[in-house]
Design a protein around this ligand. Sequence first.
Ligand SMILES: [Zn+2]
Length: 342
Amino acid sequence: MTVSIVSRAQWGAKPWNGNPSHVALAQRTEFFIHYDGAAHITRTGNSVPQAIDRQHQSQGWAGIGYNFVVDQEGTVFEGRGWERQGAHCPGHNISGLGVQIAIGGDQKPSAEALSAARALYDEACRKTGRRLAMRGHKDGYATACPGAILYDWVRAGMPAAHAEGDDTPAWDGKSFPGRAAFALGRKHDAVTLLGQRLTAHGYGRFYKVGPGPSFGKADKGATAAFQRAQGWTGSDADGVPGPSTWARLMAAPKAHTPVVALAAGVKPGARHTQVPELQQLLIKAGYGPIKGAVTTYYGPNTQRAVARFHYANPAYRSKGRSYDPAIGAKGFECLQRKANRK
Ligand SMILES: [Zn+2]
């Protein structure tokens, strides 16, 4: 298993202010865990390394001082990377790789963050060819960092679900592989099958490139949409496949009702034989009630229901309109998909 790392170019790092020294992998003997400080961190994504980069540059440093940063979604961001000297723990910036888990104070690290940090540690050991010493920042310097929770985790040996060395049974290529197969950034063959089945069920739009073995945001988003379409909510629709999600994905997709095109005459204020269909779809998809329906008249009540659909699905709203009572061709297609899921 390897870790996917969001590169500096991908998250929008500023150019180095100066040039951090090269450190050979052979010089690395320690692996330091940090946190962000006293305040809880609610943001995830690119803004996490960007904020640290800005702060460290404003201190006169070359740029982000950690070798890597892990956010609460388990995304790993490149800081100084594997082979540049860090600026995270005086006296240990050459021997030690420094990884910040982007939480603060008494905030609980997510399972995804711990799992990603552990995967990064395993990768570091593989790259350096030795077992790096596991350290918290306070092991090298008088500081509260990385906070009590992460420090306990480091001292416990950085346990994470599916860490290397676990006796994970081989996957049979079809049964539910266990939730541990679906941690962000981890690779598992079941993730490829997951993506293929999601695509077969009509969720291919989440993938910019095709499904692959590394569980990423596309997989999570597509899975969550699939789960919501089952009528599930809350933790049942968290984007992480469980046994029920898996069983339904492996089943053949329900036949889709073919999408019907919108007739040109279906307009606010007009009468048209397709208006009853529009009204029924609006009601079925949850944008009713429509007083007076079903009728061929695209009157104010139908217009209000269409506007409700547009509030919920602003991508289909005409540009510049906050209240849009006129359904468009693409919106009508979307409405059919939504109604057919109920
Ligand atoms: Zn620290």
